[in-house]
Each structure stands twice: as structure tokens, then as C-alpha cells.
Design a protein around this ligand. Structure first.
Ligand code: ADP
Ligand code: MG
Length: 680
């Protein structure tokens, strides 16, 4: 690949700082010394003083300056955790909450889960003794339901504020309100170097505390022409750097687990072919579902003479700082949820990043020395095609969950809620309509008893409804297992390149004619019957870790089911009832077979297709319910079950009318030419 150097992002000088230490010096540093070397350290006393003087403080600092790991420790040392109060710190990402908590526990020399802990959805690693608690922004939402004044906290840090996730945005409004009647609660809004003046303005001109960053210049390179296959371009670029450039670790930004795994395989393959001609190259992936022991690996120092390449999702943009990165490869894409308020359809798609993101990514290369950033797009497209800033999530995703949660907190007037950036009016209305259709709100827009029970579950309202509907259809055991399996989505089946045929055959054995949800249930039940065996997973090409997580998630959901007093009964022989319970939650997600093997959504007539991974890919049932849409080359339905249209009238009579469910043909649709039909 040919790159053209375009410009340099200049470094920032920090007068107060000593010169950067060399790698070998650094390796010898104790934890104490490492802490002292962070940019935030010289500001420790000033910061504590500022927190004492002001109730709300906006903190701005370059990624890696020590905001997330150090500030809670400083405040703990300064006595903010006296009287049994905690310091909370929110993170938009699960991985970051876990990894940072682990690091801080290590720095403080305590066991993770004791003084320092974390809480993420379906997992609580804290105890009575916990004084520093990291959590996802979504988890803090749930805490509001049981503790609306956050009474157990003396300090709440809304971290990574610049990420502007939906949950973080809503937290802004909630904590601002609480600060008014809890003058003793300290509020810190912490952000990477981006537009922080906006935060200050929102919080009634709260003072800004700036931590001067330390950054070395980064040379930016662009490709001469657009790259058709950016994963392949990443592989080529990594090898180019490895062969031609001085030692120093590489960070590659990809969009998700699948892509990371593909890239990893390609790299390993080509490295193997290069043999001993090249230096050692360690390949380390990081993404949300990566098990924590694997995550810890990215922080281990690279052995002398070798090079490390980290294949990461957006998480490495600002949430996690990996030291010693000198080279960044940026294909310019990220995965985002997009909601179309006209069609009510939400789908996950890969989209170009913003200029602000691109610059954050480039900045990762200049933390320890002058670095280089290779952008796999042209200078022209940077200038003309990338938006300046990423649109905040609240303006582009389905608000069902958020609205339900706010309603459960007694906030009825959502139009006048204090939003940093308000969501589009149509999206808000659509969320209200959806919650009404699900039975969570009455026609005055007030929370119903069902809605209150739904709000107990930290899941999408559709999934909450499906869980609650399992009571009526007497299949709670099965539905809870299905929910748990859907929550570890995507990482259940193992498909190694050299054993694809075996893996696919093993997978087919789990297929249930009713559809993917039931196939997933088969996997779970058979694993349970094997007494949760690792060997069983290995033999059936199932990812053990994902199953283990599904089991943990399942346990959590069972706990919540008990809270809303639903009996865990089993109905193993009857899949119609299970599918009806699913339909009671997901009746928005229905598509009907149309010409050529594609489908049309019932209400909006959008064209969608069955994902090739589905067990129903070759079946083409007339009516299907999908769990989610994923947009790649077209709009794919992922995880589907076959349903009967008359069930829709049973579970959602207020939403569907007989007329729109009538089939245009009475004969079964012929299978499309060119698609193989099943031979068994
Ligand atoms: P900020 O929040 O300002 O971006 P952090 O507090 O996350 O900065 O990071 C400060 C330092 O701590 C960085 O040098 C980073 O590499 C290190 N660090 C963070 N998490 C870990 C971890 N799990 N293991 C080792 N080092 C870590
Ligand atoms: Mg941070």
C-alpha cells in the first residue's frame, strides 16, 4: 500500500513534566513510580482542593493522563470515602469498567471486589467493603431505581463524558437534578480533550479543571487511493510497518469481533509464511466480549526485540490506554446502532468515523514518543467525507429503554427533561408508542403495573416483555435460557478455519425447525445436561466461555424473575408457547416472505433478508420474527423464529389488525432458484 504523508499533529509541551522515561527505565518502575509519572500526578493537591471547593467540576485531560485510574484514588486518600460513602465512576464500556477496576485494585494492593470493585450488567463484583466502584453508565441507571438520591455515594464521576452514549447523556440530566438537593454530593464530569465548554455550560457554568496533556508529534499518512478491503489493507500495513519501521507497538482500529478475528487469522497466516525472516510479532485482540484474562494481556510489556500489534475496536480510542503504541492504523470505520424513526427499525451498521474520532485515534500514537498514524483512506475523504463530530447516541438510537427507565423514576414529562442535546421529537414519540403497544404505558403515558415490572430488567423493553410473557405461557425456564443465550450473541459457535466442515455439521445438530432461538435453547439445554462440561463444548464446537457467561447471565435473570414473582416453570415439549412468549415481546420485529426469498417488514414494508447463519436460511418460512437487524451489504435479520400470523392478533391485538396479516397467496411460496434446498 502506498501512503502519502500529509501533515503532522504537533506535540504538546508540558513545562511541569520531566522528560519521558525510556522503555527499559519504565519497566523497572514500581507501581508507585508509575503513578507518579502520570500527567495528572502534579495536579493531585490542586484537584483535591478544587473538589472540596466546588460541587461540580468538569475535568478535561488527554487520554492516558490518569483521570480514570488516579482521581478516585486521590479522593479516597483525601477522605471522601469516610462515613461509609463510596466514590462511583461510570464508564460507557463494560471492558473498560472491568479492566480499570482491576488495575486500580492492583495499584492499591487489594483484591478486586473488596475495596475496589466493578458492576456491569448481569455482574456485580463489589462487596460491603467497596469504596471505589467502577460501573457502566447503564448500571448506574439501574441503581437510580433502588437509590434515587445516590445516598451511598459521596462522589460520582461521570467519566468518558465525550463518548456521549445514551446512558451517559441521560445521567447528565439525572445527576444535575440530584446535585441540587444533595449539596454534599460531589460531581465530576470527566472528558478527553474535546468540546468540554459545552459540559460546563450545561452544569450551570461549572468550573473546568484542565490537566495539561503530554503528547508527542504524530505524522499522519493517507492512502493514495481508497482501499476496497480495509481488513486486508490493515494486514498489509501491519506487515509493512513490521518489516520497514523501527520497533514500537502497533494499534489497529477495527469494527468488531468478527473483523478482529479475521484480521488475526490473516496476519498469523502470512507471518507463518514469512517464517523466521522477520522479528517476533505478538498479535493481541481486544473487544467487548473478550474474557478478562485475555484482556489483561494487552497491558503486558512487549518482550525485548519483539513487537506487539493490538487489534482493537473503538474501545482503544479513549476508554483504554495501551502504553508504548507508536503506530496507529486507522481504516476509518466503526460499528454504530442506527435507528430510523420513520420505519421504527434499528440496525447495527459499519459507518465512517468522524474527524474528531480520527484525531483521537491518531493521538494514541504519540503518547510515549513521536508516532505515526496510517489512515487507510485518502486525504480528500478525510476532508470532505468525514463529519466533524460523532452524532451523540441519543440522537440516533431507539429510546425505548431510556424512556421506560425515566418513567420508572417518575419523570413523566420527557419533552422538558434537561437533555444536553435533546433527542429528535419523532424518536421520543415512537418510543412512547412502542411502550404503549407493549403495555408498559397506559394511554395517559403513565407507567402500568406491567411497565413497572419491565423496568426491573436491565434489557431492551421487548426482551423484558418477552420474559414477563413467559409467565402466561408457562415456559419461564426456557425463555430465560433463550434471553441469556441472546445476550452473549454472536460468540457461541466456534468455527476454526481448518475445521469448518466439522464445525458446521456440529452446529446443524442443534438446529431446531422452529428457528434460531430454539436452536440456542437446544445448545444451552444440552450443555446443562452434560453438567456444564468443557469437554462437551470442545466436542461440539461451542465456545465454553460464552456458555459460562450465558449461565451467569441466566442466574441473574432468574434472580430478577423472582423479584417480580414469576415462577420458574418449564414447558419443554411445547415450542409454540415459547414462540408465543417471544412474539409477545418482539411483535414489532415481524417480516413476511415476499418474492425472491426476501422478506418485507409488516408495518413498513422494508426489504430484509434472512442472515446466512440462520438455521432457517434455506427454509424460508412465511412469517418470521427477528431478534435484530444487521446492515452489511443489505439489511439482514439475525436470530429468527418462525411464527404464525394469528399469534400476532393474540399477543398484540391493539397493534395488529386482521387485514394486514392476510396472506396474499395461500400456497406456500416456491423456493428461489439458485438457493440450495435441504437434502435431509
Ligand atoms: P485516562 O482515564 O486519563 O485516559 P487512565 O487512568 O485510564 O487515563 O490511564 C492511566 C495509565 O494507567 C495509562 O498509562 C494506562 O496505560 C494505565 N492503565 C490503565 N489500565 C491499565 C491496566 N488494566 N493495566 C495496566 N495499566 C493500565
Ligand atoms: Mg479514562
Amino acid at each position: 500500500i502506498q501512503f502519502i504523508q500529509a501533515l503532522q499533529i504537533p506535540g504538546i509541551k508540558d513545562e511541569k513534566k520531566e522528560p519521558e522515561l525510556t522503555e527499559s527505565q519504565k519497566k523497572k518502575l514500581s507501581i508507585e513510580e508509575t503513578k507518579k509519572s502520570l500527567p495528572v500526578f502534579p495536579f493531585k493537591d490542586d484537584l483535591i482542593q478544587a473538589v472540596r471547593e466546588h460541587q461540580i467540576l468538569i475535568i478535561e485531560g488527554e487520554t492516558g493522563s490518569g483521570k480514570t485510574t488516579q482521581i478516585p484514588q486521590y479522593l479516597h486518600e483525601a477522605g471522601f470515602t469516610k462515613d461509609n460513602k463510596k466514590i462511583g465512576c461510570t464508564q460507557p464500556r463494560r471492558v473498560a469498567a472491568m479492566s480499570v477496576a482491576a488495575r486500580v485494585a492492583q495499584e492499591m494492593g487489594v483484591k478486586l471486589g473488596n475495596e475496589v470493585g466493578y458492576a456491569i450488567r448481569f455482574e456485580d463484583c463489589t462487596s460491603e467493603r467497596t469504596v471505589i466502584k467502577y460501573m457502566t453508565d447503564g448500571t448506574l441507571h439501574s441503581e437510580f431505581l433502588s437509590e434515587p438520591d445516590l445516598a451511598s455515594y459521596s462522589v460520582m464521576i461521570i467519566d468518558e463524558a465525550h463518548e456521549r452514549t445514551l446512558h451517559t447523556d441521560i445521567l447528565f440530566g439525572l445527576v444535575k437534578d440530584i446535585a441540587r438537593f444533595r449539596p454534599d454530593l460531589k460531581l465530576l464530569i470527566s472528558s478527553a480533550t474535546l468540546d468540554v465548554a459545552k459540559f460546563s455550560e450545561f452544569f450551570d457554568d461549572a468550573p473546568m479543571f484542565q490537566i495539561p496533556g503530554r503528547r508527542f508529534p504524530v505524522d499522519i499518512y493517507y492512502t493514495k487511493a481508497p482501499e476496497a478491503d480495509y481488513v486486508d489493507a490493515c494486514v498489509v500495513s501491519v506487515l509493512q510497518i513490521h518489516v520497514t519501521q523501527a520497533l514500537g507497538d502497533i494499534l489497529v482500529f477495527l469494527t468488531g469481533q468478527d473483523e478482529i478475528e479475521t484480521c488475526q487469522e490473516l496476519l498469523q497466516d502470512r507471518l507463518r509464511r514469512l517464517g523466521s525472516k522477520v522479528k517476533e510479532l505478538l498479535i493481541l485482540p481486544v473487544y467487548a466480549n473478550l474474557p478478562s484474562d485475555m484482556q489483561a494481556k494487552i497491558f503486558e510489556p512487549t518482550p525485548p526485540g519483539a513487537r506487539k500489534v493490538v487489534l482493537a475496536t473503538n474501545i482503544a480510542e479513549t476508554s483504554l490506554t495501551i502504553d508504548n503504541i507508536i503506530y496507529v492504523i486507522d481504516p476509518g470505520f466503526a460499528k454504530q446502532n442506527h435507528f430510523n424513526s420513520r420505519t421504527g427499525m434499528e440496525s447495527l451498521m459499519v459507518v465512517p468515523i468522524s474527524k474528531a474520532s480520527a484525531n483521537q485515534r491518531a493521538g494514541r500514537a504519540g503518547r510515549v514518543a513521536a508516532g505515526k498514524c496510517f489512515r487507510l483512506y485518502t486525504a480528500w475523504s478525510y476532508k470532505h467525507e468525514l463529519e466533524d463530530n460523532t452524532i451523540p447516541e441519543i440522537q440516533r438510537i431507539n429510546l425505548g429503554n431510556a424512556v421506560l427507565m425515566l418513567k420508572a423514576l417518575g419523570i413523566n414529562d420527557l419533552v422538558h427533561f434537561d437533555f444536553l442535546d435533546p433527542p429528535p421529537h419523532e424518536t421520543l414519540v415512537l418510543a412512547l408508542e412502542q411502550l404503549y403497544a407493549l403495555g408498559a404505558l397506559n394511554h395517559h403515558g403513565e407507567l402500568t403495573k406491567l411497565g413497572r415490572r419491565m423496568a426491573e430488567f436491565p434489557v431492551d423493553p421487548m426482551m423484558a416483555k418477552m420474559l414477563l410473557a413467559s409467565e402466561k405461557y408457562k415456559c419461564a425456564e426456557e425463555v430465560v435460557s433463550i434471553c441469556a443465550m441472546l445476550s452473549v450473541n454472536g460468540a457461541i459457535f466456534y468455527r476454526p478455519k481448518d475445521k469448518i466442515i466439522h464445525a458446521d455439521t456440529a452446529r446443524k445438530n442443534f438446529n431446531h425447525p422452529g428457528g434460531d432461538h430454539l436452536s440456542l435453547l437446544n445448545v444451552y439445554n444440552q450443555w446443562r445436561d452434560s453438567d456444564y462440561s468443557t469437554q462437551w463444548c470442545y466436542e461440539n464446537f461451542i465456545q465454553y466461555r460464552s456458555m459460562k457467561r450465558a449461565r451467569d447471565v441466566r442466574e441473574q435473570i432468574v434472580g430478577l424473575m423472582q423479584r417480580v414473582e414469576i415462577e420458574m416453570v418449564s414447558n419443554p415439549s411445547e415450542t409454540v408457547d415459547i414462540r408465543k412468549a417471544i412474539t409477545a415481546g418482539y411483535f414489532y420485529h415481524i417480516a413476511r416472505l415476499s418474492k425472491g426469498g426476501s422478506y418485507k417488514t409488516v408495518k413498513h414494508n422494508q426489504t430484509v433478508t434472512i442472515h446466512p447463519n440462520s438455521s432457517l436460511f434455506e427454509e424460508l418460512p412465511r412469517w418470521v420474527l427477528y431478534h435484530e437487524l444487521v446492515f452489511t451489504t443489505k439489511e439482514f435479520m439475525r436470530q429468527i423464529v418462525e411464527i404464525e400470523s394469528k399469534w400476532l392478533l393474540e399477543v398484540a391485538p391493539h397493534y395488529y389488525k386482521q387485514k394486514e396479516l392476510e396472506d396474499s397467496t395461500n400456497k406456500k411460496m416456491p423456493k428461489t432458484v439458485g438457493r440450495s434446498t435441504r437434502t435431509d
